[in-house]
Write a protein that binds this ligand. Structure first.
Ligand code: ASP
Length: 327
């Protein structure tokens, strides 16, 4: 955008010609995206639906015990893992679950909410009851070994303060757990454009480790953690959910793309909105967005260094991309 100003966006064509489209395209947040992209990309390559790709992709991460997404993740401050997830299709249908316990695949429950109920969001006990009625097994309540250790460490100080989720090694003891020498993240978001030119997205998380019991972040809030408009584009977020909710982050990214901004420009603008709201405090916050538009252009932007996303296109075979950042 630079010195061109907002008005320049209005004259850029939002839609490319059909033959200029790059497809399929798949993006997902953080390193865990590499494994998650594999089944999703198979679906897309075989002309499958973007919705199936984004569900099956993030299910890999939900099932991993070695990750801060899903039931292997860090608990809330009362010692329980509570999960949030959302999904959105090319028709603008969406479903989500929040504060869901003991269910392995919240993203699939979110899809059932979308497809089998007249509602968008089910929470807590009701979401769990619905999941069980749909045949999802109730998993044991026990924490994973890594989560037990992180929780024991956290209890030593049990500081009553939201975790500042800067995704780098300056976390201190209140960070997401460190497993096998690598920092892990609490969320995976995935967005895809399929061979039919349709967009979908998903987002699934254990939320911030050691959060207050009952806390729900941005991931299951449509327009905050995830948004898809099949005419324009799709976006998903990760980082401090409260900050994303306050600006309706992914809806904002999609609306910026509607004005003609590229996905990267749109993500940057949304990041700048959060930074402006927070002033000097923004240095302690990490939020990142990734986005894709209808032509198959993609991009991401974060507040802090250290965010990455995994990318598949016909020319790029599942690579980690380090997008630009503000600080
Ligand atoms: N956005 C998630 C939340 O606030 C956390 C994350 O992305 O790591 O629940």
């Amino acid at each position: 955008m630079g010195s061109l100003g907002i008005s320049a966006f209005a004259v850029k064509p939002v839609f490319a010609l059909e033959n200029k489209m790059v497809k399929p395209v798949l993006l997902s947040t953080w390193d865990a995206g590499i494994a998650a992209n594999k089944p999703a990309w198979e679906i897309l390559k075989n002309k499958g639906r973007a919705l199936d790709a984004v569900e099956n992709g993030v299910m890999v991460t939900e099932a991993s015990q070695n990750c801060c997404v899903g039931l292997g993740a860090n608990p809330d401050r009362d010692g329980f893992v509570t999960l949030d997830a959302s999904i959105m299709d090319e028709f603008g249908n969406c479903g989500s679950v929040a504060f869901l316990e003991r269910i392995k695949h919240p993203v699939s429950v979110a899809r059932r909410v979308m497809e089998k109920t007249p509602h968008v969001l089910l929470v807590g006990e009701g979401a769990q009851k619905f999941a069980v009625s749909e045949g999802f097994p109730l998993e044991p309540a026990e924490l994973s070994e890594d989560a037990k250790k992180s929780y024991r460490d956290w209890l030593k100080q049990s500081r009553y303060q939201p975790v500042i989720n800067i995704e780098n090694k300056q976390h201190g003891p209140f960070a997401p757990s460190q497993i096998n020498g690598e920092w892990n993240h609490d969320t995976i978001g995935m967005i895809a454009l399929d061979m039919n030119g349709n967009l979908s997205g998903s987002c699934t998380t254990s939320g911030m480790g050691f959060k207050m019991r009952g806390r729900v972040g941005d991931s299951p809030i449509i327009g905050a953690g995830l948004y898809v408009d099949n005419e324009i584009g799709a976006a998903v977020s990760t980082g401090v959910g409260e900050e994303v909710i306050k600006i309706c982050g992914t809806h904002l990214v999609v609306e910026f793309m509607r004005q003609g901004m590229t996905p990267e420009e749109a993500c940057k603008k949304a990041v700048e909105r959060i930074v402006k709201r927070n002033g000097a405090k923004a240095k302690d916050i990490q939020v990142a967005f990734i986005a894709i538009n209808k032509q198959g252009e993609y991009g991401g932007y974060s507040i802090q260094k250290g965010f990455n996303y995994a990318l598949c296109t016909p020319a790029i075979n599942n690579q980690l991309i380090n997008p630009k950042y503000l600080f």
